[in-house]
Design a protein around this ligand. Structure first.
Ligand code: AHM
Ligand code: MG
Length: 330
């Protein structure tokens, strides 16, 4: 018999079948995300041929320059999710405020948070970029400030998370808390095909990934770790830094090592966003046997206090994260 082709949608349905209480609602929601990322991938592949490269001339709520593809990706995801009646709220890194599709209720129980195009400063130079998503369920007994109560939940309450990397191929990794599974978009059939199930991040790995140009701005302990990594005693670490979180994380997930974005003088709380970047990747890291902290505590235990909250991030192989902490504790 020829080898079996298993698409992402089949994989989700089969995983759900193992849980008789599952209603299929969740796979309906995830199919909106996979559709959106297939559309974004098609745009990315044609960038340069049509007028979608470059800046829009606008800055987002975080003061960052908005690229044309940022906007396309944001609206694509919003449109695809907008047709799913079980999504109550959408929260995007590119939007000032949450988009409330429906007051979350028994039916519209999902809250989807996403970074539509991570690493977008790399778009114009053909470096890998990605989409990151996190899914929460509405919170029972939310208080007066209901919308924010539904959104500002710690990462350990995520019911799913994932990312798509638009690179030499388009790859999606996702978890629903039962391991991490990876799919490659087959352009011939327009579907994500299963390539690896239950991915395990190597327990250690001799790669550190950090924007070392900020070294003088890092806390002393981080500087000491970076000094140690270059010693003979450390045993030959290499540095890899793409400057696209999804790409740096994808490499770390597959080959081990550690990615760091510590606090700097310019970004004393770190640069990366807790809700759309750190939380989803932390869930994936942990599900693959890795670890993720902000230098002080587990990322997944952080209770967010605002929508676009930033955090420092140390993520990767367990032993390497611990090694960083042996030099630095925030
Ligand atoms: P973005 O979401 O606006 O693209 O910003 C996040 C990106 C990450 O992908 C990457 O890890 C980081 O910014 C790079 O920052 P720096 O250029 O300071 O090294
Ligand atoms: Mg980002």
């Amino acid at each position: 018999m020829p080898p079996r082709i298993q698409t992402l949608e089949q994989h989700i349905l089969e995983t759900q079948r193992a849980h008789p209480a599952a209603s299929g609602e969740f796979s309906w929601l995830l199919s909106a995300i996979t559709l959106a990322t297939r559309i974004i991938s098609a745009h990315v592949r044609r960038a340069g041929l049509v007028d979608i490269l470059g800046e829009t001339g606008k800055t987002n709520v975080q003061g960052e320059i908005v690229q044309k593809l940022d906007l396309i990706a944001n609206e694509t995801i919003a449109t695809c999710l907008g047709y799913r009646d079980n999504v109550g709220i959408m929260v995007s890194e590119e939007d000032d405020e949450p988009r409330i599709l429906k007051e979350p209720d028994e039916r519209a129980k999902y809250i989807v948070l996403f970074d539509p195009l991570d690493g977008s400063s790399n778009i114009d130079v053909n470096v890998s970029i990605g989409t990151i998503f996190s899914i929460l369920q509405r919170r029972d007994g939310a208080g007066a400030n209901k919308v924010m109560d539904h959104i500002l939940q710690p990462g350990n309450r995520q019911i799913a998370a994932g990312y798509v990397i638009y690179s030499s191929s388009t790859v999606m990794a996702y978890t629903t808390g039962q391991g991490v599974h990876m799919f490659t978009l087959d352009p011939a059939i327009g579907a994500f095909r299963l390539i690896r199930e239950h991915i395990k991040m190597p327990a250690q790995g001799k790669t550190y990934s950090v924007n070392e140009a900020y070294r003088p701005q890092f806390p002393k302990g981080v500087q000491e770790y970076l000094d140690w990594a270059k010693t003979e005693q450390a045993g030959g670490y290499g540095l890899r830094y793409i400057g696209s979180l999804v790409a740096d994380f994808h490499r770390t997930l597959l080959t081990g090592g550690v990615f760091l974005y510590p606090p700097t003088q310019k970004a004393p709380k770190g640069k990366l966003r807790l809700l759309y970047e750190a939380n989803p990747l932390a869930l994936i890291a942990e599900q693959a046997g890795g670890a993720a902290t902000d230098g002080k505590q587990r990322i997944l235990d952080k209770v967010p206090t605002s929508l676009h909250e930033r955090t420092s991030l140390v993520i990767g192989s367990k032993a390497e994260v611990e090694r960083v902490h042996s030099f630095w504790r925030a």
